[in-house]
Design a protein around this ligand. Structure first.
Ligand code: F6P
Length: 355
């Protein structure tokens, strides 16, 4: 028999992402329309441990759809990684009559959600991160807005590069994922893109810049993923200037990418995922993460998402892969190969039009 839900919680954890508010609104209103109360938990798992929460009405989530950040605030809570932290969270759920939680965030958030589910508080995760680095889903909330912000910022840089005949290296966030630099690199017409997933030919870039400059090109943009490592962008900036003789500046976009009003795509995806997340919970399907696959919203087991993520990122051991049920293993390996291939094709596309 499925559990009866009277009151659920919603929290946002880890790095914030534009669209989190749209997802909160969707969760709150979907639940209320089913006669279920929603407790807004502040500052992610920290608020759960510290009992910092309040009941939300449908009006409390009015006029947040278009706002960046998260009205529930966020935190990366170290204490929740300990058994004591989880126990405190479970105890506060019991005290506040919280029967389940919808958690919004990335990998770390879903790990916390798994611990809660195992301790008797069922959870569903909604992927919210600008990084688009949760392999089980084709899309994470915030990614589209972050890309649009990067494109807007880099278009501005290009204006001034053209006036002064300069090169601008642009370091973007995205952790170890190259999606933001590659897609934005295509959108702004980068001369080069350095990401951790694909070997970067620095000498080729420097030769290209030199040749293009001799042929009359005045502006050069080189996109660099922060995942290339600390100090890499500055080194590359210095090297380009030294070897090409072209004045080269570094712009680090950093947290600018995380703010701002969410795009239409982020608002719609957040609303769809929020709605489905509540439905999954009420149907008794716990410890799942909402995913977008081929345009459809569906739920994957968190365990599947973690294993698949490790396969895509090359972190899974051969024993782990061999231990998978054969049909599942085949499906995961094929899907992982197609994901990697997609990124490589985008990367090559960027290269073939950067003349
Ligand atoms: O995961 C989102 C993200 O913005 C990454 O792109 C970045 O590496 C990290 O968070 C920055 O974290 P913080 O906000 O803690 O500096």
């Amino acid at each position: 028999m499925t559990k009866e839900f009277k009151r659920i919680g919603v929290l946002t954890s880890g790095g914030d992402a534009p669209g989190m508010n749209a997802a909160i609104r969707s969760v709150v209103r979907t639940a209320i329309s089913r006669g279920i109360e929603v407790m807004g938990i502040y500052c992610g798992y920290k608020g759960l441990i510290e009992n910092d929460m309040k009941l939300l009405t449908e009006r409390d989530v009015s006029n947040i759809l278009n706002h960046g950040g998260t009205m529930l605030y966020s935190d990366r809570c170290e204490k929740f990684k300990t058994p004591e932290g989880v126990a405190l969270g479970v105890e506060n759920c019991r005290k506040n009559g919280i029967d389940g939680i919808i958690t919004l965030g990335g990998d770390g958030t879903f790990r916390g959600a798994t611990d809660l589910t195992r301790s008797g508080v069922p959870c569903i995760g909604i992927p919210c991160t600008i990084d688009n680095d949760i392999s089980a889903t084709d899309y994470t909330i915030g990614y589209d807005t972050a890309k649009n912000t990067v494109v807007e910022m880099v278009d501005r840089l290009r204006d001034t590069c053209e006036s002064h005949a300069r090169c601008n290296v642009v370091e973007v966030m995205g952790r170890h994922s190259g999606y933001i630099p590659v897609e934005c690199g295509i959108a702004i017409g980068a001369t080069g893109i350095a990401i951790p997933e694909i070997p970067f030919d620095k000498d080729k870039l420097i030769n290209n810049i030199t040749t293009l400059s001799h042929n009359g090109k005045r502006n050069f943009i080189v996109m660099v993923s922060e995942g290339m490592g600390k100090g890499y962008s500055q080194q590359l900036t210095d090297e380009i200037q030294e070897k090409t003789g072209i004045e080269t500046r570094l712009a680090v976009l950093a947290h600018v990418q995380r703010g701002g009003s969410p795009s239409c795509t982020d608002r719609v995806t957040a609303t769809r995922m929020g709605y489905r997340a509540v439905e999954q919970l009420l149907e008794g399907k716990y410890n799942q993460v909402m995913c977008l696959k081929e345009g459809n919203i569906h739920a994957e087991e968190v365990e599947y998402a973690f294993t698949f993520d490790r396969i895509v990122k090359g972190k899974a051991t051969q024993e782990e892969i061999d231990a998978l049920e054969p049909t599942l293993r085949h499906e995961m390996l094929e899907r992982a190969a197609s994901k990697k291939d997609h990124l490589v094709r985008l990367y090559n596309l960027a290269g073939s039009v950067s003349l």
